[in-house]
Design a protein around this ligand. Structure first.
Ligand SMILES: Cc1ncc(COP(=O)(O)O)c(C=O)c1O
Length: 478
């Protein structure tokens, strides 16, 4: 909030001038940036619009800002003397750098969710508070005090967590490994980041599923990778296409999310898995198996990971707590050959000295506790219930307009709209109506697809959210 002092002898308009001047000089309003309109700023500050008009006039006279009809009021870019000489041009820095910004739809979704907490959220790809083991984790935290020494820990990850994961991976995922082959990461996201930065080089070609969660991450382009697509049908990707991409483009790695794929919900067919492992071994091609969803299988029979049948070490296996417990813990892991783990742990040390031990300790306690198994059982049932609520609502509200296959696990429903629609207009109209989702094009699909995350909204809000979506769709289709 701006520090306007209504008791001061200094007129309010001068206080506004000083504050804007200060923010320009601190680089908070960089040259060329847009200032709020006079009406909006007056509203925000609770002052008369004429006060802001006066302040802006003064700043214009000082050469600090420029107003143009149609493009609003901006901090001057060209004139000397607007900012103290030594202030860096933050605008140019912000536009530079090698890390690309998020996709525009994703930035829009983040902004809308921050602005309006009442939006029914089918966009955030995570569990809602009702599905997260919040109580159990709180109890464990209450029972265990963190008074011991909190020094830098091993950048490869907290040993008790890696030990707990060895048992978890064997019991729940059929993966035999040792703690020296596990790297703890800040969610699966960091595993993907480390792989793109440390194991691949600019110009390398990689294959990703189409559509795919990876497509929503400009981090692949930021790393200078060339992306080639592997179309996903109702049985997942076709392994033969990997062979042809390898022949044509010498792809160096394949990124797959074979179990309840984000966004389509598909599971890679068992025969294709065998073929895929065969091709990987024949070509000496590493495969990244991103597996955050398999334990959400609604019927308690999760597909076995590729990693469990990987006898030659071609699979880099990525897991996470995010989709089965709590995304905010930021606990993920990678199972990989020891040389890879060592290389990535070394990079970790340079980046952030490893993940904080506090969430690692919580995660280890939760995995070892008698809360974990019952939590998973409850989670599966609750997800199934929410999935059915969503399907029922879509069938009721839009019986002729949408089609989808029914997922058997995961947090999402991938939905095709049966007629041409403008993705932008539909999203804006949905937000206006009070709900939000992710347009399918974010994942690389054509327009006219929608990803609904039914795990995030409260069960009671699902039918209401769908009816808001249906109203938006009808408005946009006219
Ligand atoms: C397929 C897939 N991989 C990785 C992630 C990243 O998850 P986290 O970093 O929270 O583990 C997500 C998140 O939505 C995902 O859907």
């Amino acid at each position: 909030m701006w520090p306007l002092d209504r008791g001061s002898k200094k007129p309010l308009f001068e206080q506004i001038v000083d504050e804007i001047e200060r923010r320009i000089s601190y680089g908070e309003f960089p040259p060329g940036s847009l200032l709020p309109s006079e009406r909006k700023l007056a509203e925000q500050l609770g002052v008369n619009r004429s006060t802001v008009v006066l302040a802006y006039a003064e700043l214009r006279a000082l050469g600090m800002i420029e107003s143009q009809t149609g493009s609003g009021t901006r901090v001057t870019k060209h004139k000397w003397g607007i900012t103290p000489k030594h202030t860096p041009n933050w605008h140019r820095y912000v536009e530079g750098g090698s890390f690309l910004p998020n996709l525009p739809f994703l930035r829009r979704i983040r902004e809308a969710l921050q602005k309006n907490k009442a939006l029914i959220d089918f966009a955030s790809g995570e569990l809602g508070a009702d599905l997260s083991p919040v109580k159990e984790i709180n109890t464990l935290m209450d029972e265990n005090h963190y008074t011991e020494y909190l020094g830098y820990d091993n950048p490869q990850g907290f040993v008790p967590l890696r030990q707990a994961l060895v048992a978890y991976l064997e019991h729940y995922r059929g993966i035999q490994t040792t703690e020296s082959s596990i790297l703890i990461t800040s969610g699966s996201q960091q595993s993907l980041y480390l792989i793109t930065q440390c194991l691949l080089a600019p110009g390398d070609a990689v294959a990703i599923e189409d559509p795919s969660y990876c497509y929503s991450l400009p981090m692949f382009q930021s790393a200078g990778l060339r992306l080639f697509r592997l179309p996903v049908d109702d049985k997942g990707v076709r392994p033969e296409e990997i062979r042809s991409l390898y022949k044509k483009h010498r792809i160096k790695m394949v990124f797959l999310n074979p179990n309840y794929q984000n966004p389509t919900g598909t599971v890679l067919d068992p025969e294709r898995r065998v073929e895929l492992l065969h091709i990987a071994s024949e070509l000496g091609l590493p495969i990244v198996e991103d597996d955050p969803f398999s334990l959400t299988d609604y019927h308690g029979t999760p597909p076995q990971p590729l990693k469990s049948a990987d006898s030659i070490g071609s699979i880099l296996y990525i897991g996470s707590f995010s989709k089965i417990a709590a995304s905010g813990l930021r606990v993920g892991w990678m199972v990989a050959p020891h040389s890879v783990v060592e290389r990535l742990a070394d990079a970790r040390q340079q980046m952030d000295f490893g993940l904080s031990v506090v969430p690692q300790k919580v995660a280890a306690q939760f995995l070892n506790s008698f809360y974990f198994r019952p939590h998973l059982d409850r989670l599966r049932m609750d997800l199934l219930y929410k999935r059915d609520l969503l399907i029922e609502a879509l069938q009721k509200e839009l019986p002729d307009l949408v089609s989808f296959s029914v997922p058997q696990g995961g947090l999402h429903l991938w939905c095709k709209i049966g007629t041409e629609v403008n993705d932008h207009k539909l999203l804006e109209e949905a937000i206006r109506n009070g709900m939000i989702y992710v347009p399918g094009s974010v994942y690389g699909s054509d327009s006219g697809y929608v990803r609904f995350t039914f795990a995030r909204p409260k069960a009671a809000d699902i039918p209401l959210g769908v009816s808001k979506f249906a109203a938006a769709l009808r408005t946009v289709l006219g």
